[in-house]
Design a protein around this ligand. Structure first.
Ligand SMILES: Nc1ncnc2c1ncn2[C@@H]1O[C@H](COP(=O)(O)OP(=O)(O)OP(=O)(O)O)[C@@H](O)[C@H]1O
Ligand code: SF4
Ligand SMILES: [Mg+2]
Length: 382
């Protein structure tokens, strides 16, 4: 089956599909399950469902932020998209190529266009190599330049990321954390890629340095027409760099929306909780009621039945613990994976969604009755 035929079956109606350009990257129902073994014979006794059916697009020159709590599958998504991990199932299309069907040689070629920036610049740079060698290695490996030409390319890259060309002879330990991450960025840029997965590139840095590196990534995006998947723990980090944001929970994308819309009108109860947890600098609104999530993220080895968020969701109602929510597109073109927005299960009165969490029962839904909206816990970010 050709890529285009296969895509026709799977293409979603993301609001962003209305853009003029075709997506650069398409992720379709991506799954990555790690086997869990035990005993002396290493018998497989279960699976960690790190990524459990993820679908989204990334457009040319676009940044998609991917956020969620620790262990929800962000890094595994990014790594599997670049085939640093082999997938369990699903497809990832880069331009017209379904990359899981490519040979080693074809993958080697395509990797020039798809790069990765790691979270910890300390451990991702070989301490025994000079900066010249660290950045120049890929240039040499892909036979782009050798000798003097390669040396000049590395120095040019250092300048582009705001470092002095003379630093090329130094070793990683001679730099600050922010400088080391700039070296990581220069290494990712060396092959002139179209797409970079940035896996928490600023989490290990001081807040003041975080802003510098984010601004650098934004400038480079303009200059080189790059697309990013920008992974972070919390929403406040992705707000200023992302065109759209995907919120991940236990291996699934709970919500995907243009950044401004997501911040102004979060739809999924999990997104609402995450936004509610961001400290509010405005004293006028600081005392608004906050949603505090109960408990820890459940284990991805034995995820909850039905909606994976139901064990912590303040808005859960009757279908949530038994029926898995579908990826639903709302009338205003947003993607949400929650029964509240699925016409099959949603409460008949839309105001119920605003006044959550006292949820309707299945009987209410079937009878089309109004649900109880007397709760004093406000989920909305208002
Ligand atoms: N190689 C592996 N073998 C088994 N389980 C793994 C492996 N890599 C990741 N996992 C598990 O998969 C789940 C998702 O991990 P992942 O690193 O993708 O999460 P994350 O969202 O990036 O978390 P963090 O924010 O802490 O970086 C976790 O439960 C993790 O323990
Ligand atoms: S499907 Fe139910 S449990 Fe899951 S987020 Fe929606 S309301 Fe909450
Ligand atoms: Mg991670």
């Amino acid at each position: 089956m050709s890529a285009s035929t296969e895509l026709a079956d799977n293409t979603t109606s993301d609001a962003m599909n209305e853009r003029d350009a075709e997506p650069l990257v398409r992720v379709r129902n991506l799954k990555k399950h790690f086997p869990v073994t035990s005993g002396i014979f290493n018998r497989v006794t279960g699976h960690v469902k790190a990524v459990d059916g993820v679908t989204f697009d990334i457009y040319p020159n676009e940044t998609v932020g991917l956020v969620g709590e620790s262990g929800c599958g962000k890094s595994t998504t990014g790594e599997t998209m670049l085939r640093l991990q082999e997938p369990t199932s699903g497809q990832v299309y880069f331009k017209d190529d379904q990359i899981f069907g490519l040979s080693k040689q074809q993958m080697r070629e395509i990797r020039r266009d798809m790069q990765f920036i790691f979270q910890d610049p300390q451990s991702s740079l070989n301490p025994r190599m000079t900066v010249q060698k660290i950045i120049g290695e890929a240039i040499e490996f892909h036979e782009i330049a050798h000798g003097e030409e390669r040396r000049r390319m590395v120095e040019d890259l250092l300048e582009r990321v705001g470092l002095q060309p003379e630093y090329a002879t130094r070793y990683p330990h001679e730099f600050s954390g922010g400088q080391r991450q700039r070296i990581g960025v220069a290494r990712a840029l060396a092959l002139n890629p179209d797409f970079i997965v940035c896996d928490e590139p600023v989490s290990a840095l001081d807040v003041s340095v975080q802003a510098q590196v984010i601004n650098l990534l934004k400038d480079l995006q303009e200059e080189f027409n790059l697309s990013y998947l920008f992974i972070a723990h919390d929403l406040s980090v992705v707000e200023h760099i992302s065109d759209r944001v995907a919120v991940m929970y236990l291996g699934h994308i709970a919500e995907l929306a243009p950044t401004e819309e997501l911040f102004e009108d979060p739809k999924h109860p999990y997104t609402q909780s995450l936004l509610s947890a961001i400290p509010d600098p405005d004293p006028k609104t600081r005392d608004k009621e906050r949603v505090v999530l109960e408990g820890d993220v459940p284990s991805p080895i034995d995820p909850p039945s039905g909606c994976p968020f139901h064990t912590r969701c303040p808005a859960r109602y009757e279908p949530c613990d038994s029926v898995e929510p579908k990826r639903t597109e709302t009338e205003d073109g947003r993607i949400v994976r929650c029964h509240l927005y699925d016409p099959e299960y949603a409460p008949s009165d839309p105001s119920v969604v605003e006044d959550l969490p006292n949820p309707p029962t299945i009987e209410d839904i079937e009878a089309g009755e109004e649900a109880d909206t007397t709760s004093d816990v406000s989920l909305a970010d208002d």
